[in-house]
Ligand binder design. Structure first.
Ligand SMILES: [Fe+2]
Ligand SMILES: [Fe+2]
Length: 268
């Protein structure tokens, strides 16, 4: 069976194209920004690592541009884009892994928290996994999928709260406290999502408590999204004391909005 036919086995052609393009347009920009954030946090004497980060910024920018220009339903063109995104993102994952190990072995200075490097590496792995699933035309049980997405996004949102907390100036006591409350609440929700994963692993079926839990998760992420939007406006107006660049504030806000779209979609 040809690859193009395989892609259509579980998934319609249009669904394959639409899902591939929206995944690429969202995540290629995110990957480009990760490369920028890493570069800005590297010590200025690490020329080779800085150049590698710059290579990724430019390569992801070109790929993003290509994804945005694709119009109409051409399966082979979209398959080729997916393949290139997978290859480039795999290289970025290797780079992130290298930086993370250097940080953990105290062989690299700079200002990239290891948890941040691990976090953006998890995001890159998520992107590759989703692209590979699309390339294989694979369908997942909806409950298993909902739980995978919940565990992933709740951890991402808890991490964001921690980054905000640790990048705010310590004098911003009220905002630090708010970020901390979000961090704890989202961690608790992630543990609960992992409990559901365990309950339903053998028999993944939709139970009413999972519906209630998903609403709780969506409500918590919605509040965090509003907090991030407010923080982003304050940063833009220079009304907050922090080490958070406006682009990073926008980046985490976009991820919160994206997670809400995904979770609402899985809920249906
Ligand atoms: Fe990110
Ligand atoms: Fe993130």
């Amino acid at each position: 069976m040809s690859d193009d036919k395989k892609a259509n086995r579980g998934l319609g052609q249009n669904q394959f194209i639409n899902e591939s393009l929206s995944l690429n347009v969202f995540w290629l920009r995110i990957m480009k920004e990760h490369s920028l954030f890493l570069r800005l946090g590297l010590p200025c004497d690490q020329q080779e690592l800085i150049e590698r980060a710059l290579f990724f910024e430019q390569a992801f920018d070109r790929l993003l541009d290509r994804a945005q220009r694709i119009q109409g339903g051409n399966v082979p063109v979209v398959r080729a884009l997916n393949e290139e995104s997978i290859q480039l993102t795999r290289e970025l994952i290797e780079y992130k892994t290298r930086l993370l190990l250097m940080m953990l072995e105290c062989r690299l200075g700079g200002f990239n928290y290891p948890l941040l490097i691990d976090h953006i590496r998890r995001e890159a792995i998520y992107f590759v996994n989703h692209l590979e699933r699309l390339q294989r035309g694979e369908m997942i049980n909806p409950v298993t999928n909902l739980l995978l997405e919940e565990v992933f996004w709740l951890r991402i949102m808890a991490d964001h709260s921690k980054f905000i907390k640790h990048l705010l100036d310590p004098s911003e006591r009220q905002l630090v406290e708010t970020a901390n409350v979000f961090s704890e609440q989202l961690d608790e929700l992630r543990f609960q999502a992992e409990d559901f994963q365990s309950f339903l692993r053998i028999n993944p079926m939709f139970v009413p408590s999972l519906g209630r839990f998903t609403n709780d998760a969506i409500t918590a992420i919605t509040s965090l999204r509003d907090f991030k939007a407010q923080a982003k406006d304050l940063i833009a107006r220079c009304e907050i004391i922090s080490l958070i660049p406006e682009l990073l504030a926008d980046h985490v806000l976009r991820e919160a909005k994206h997670s809400l779209v995904i979770l609402r979609d899985c809920q249906r």
